[in-house]
Ligand binder design. Structure first.
Ligand code: DHB
Ligand code: MG
Length: 218
């Protein structure tokens, strides 16, 4: 079936373009061993956000939703000397795993995990960020977007994972707050006068979902 083919092609692409080194493999192991949900970015998605950060020459990145720090390593590796990444995570168990992973990656100097609610922490921050990557609770995405627009510099990027949810955003059920949040986020992204955006539908080893990419206008 198509699902199997999409997974096989994703695995093929990852094996060519996003081969995990020891640090990233151990990040996955650590996530599993600690019983964290195994919902981190795929290797190819990690490579994509890494490339986006490099393409805009990002020096200051904000991530919302650290989980075990897998995406944080990809993003942190895109930073130049003197760059900075702040990642926000609510769950203290996730924070502990992520800090171990960042130490293992030698990124503890540039990548800082702040424990707290995404919106609370974002509200305390000031710009300019070159890039914000949203990957936390999807029902919070509309509120995170408002903060992201405040924090990102003109020409900067807002990227968000999980904005398709197997198509649940087409007709979000009242009992699926994540789909409702993702759909509201997409609507806001599409209509915001300061943004130019697109959603990439994605299929592969993480199933069927999507990644939003938005540029803040100059
Ligand atoms: C879920 C969250 C994610 O960030 C993801 O990439 C996949 C799934 C979830 O909460 O189910
Ligand atoms: Mg995600």
């Amino acid at each position: 079936d198509d699902g199997r083919l999409f997974e096989d092609v994703d695995t093929y692409i990852n094996s060519l373009f996003a081969v995990e080194d020891g640090v990233l493999s151990r990040a996955i192991e650590r996530t599993k061993a600690a019983g964290l949900p195994e919902i981190q970015l795929s290797p190819g998605q990690g490579k994509l956000v890494y490339l986006l950060a490099k393409l805009i020459g990002a020096k200051r990145i904000l991530e919302v939703g650290t989980l075990g720090g897998y995406s944080t390593v990809w993003l942190g590796r895109a930073l130049p000397e003197g760059g900075e990444l702040i990642s926000v995570e609510l769950d203290p168990d996730h924070v502990a795993v992520a800090r171990e992973t960042l130490a293992d990656a030698g990124l503890e100097g540039t990548c800082q995990v702040i424990e707290g609610k995404g919106l609370d922490v974002m509200s305390t921050l000031t710009g300019d960020f070159d890039m914000v990557f949203l990957d936390a609770n999807k029902d919070g995405y509309p509120a995170y977007l408002k903060q992201a627009i405040r924090l990102v510099r003109p020409g900067g990027l807002i990227v968000a994972d999980n904005v398709v949810r197997e198509g649940a955003v087409l007709e979000p059920s009242k009992v699926d707050p994540n789909a409702i949040g993702a759909a509201a986020f997409n609507q806001a992204l599409a209509s915001h006068p300061q943004l130019e955006a697109i959603v990439l539908q994605q299929v592969g080893i993480k199933g069927h979902d999507g990644l939003a990419i938005a540029r803040v206008k100059d």
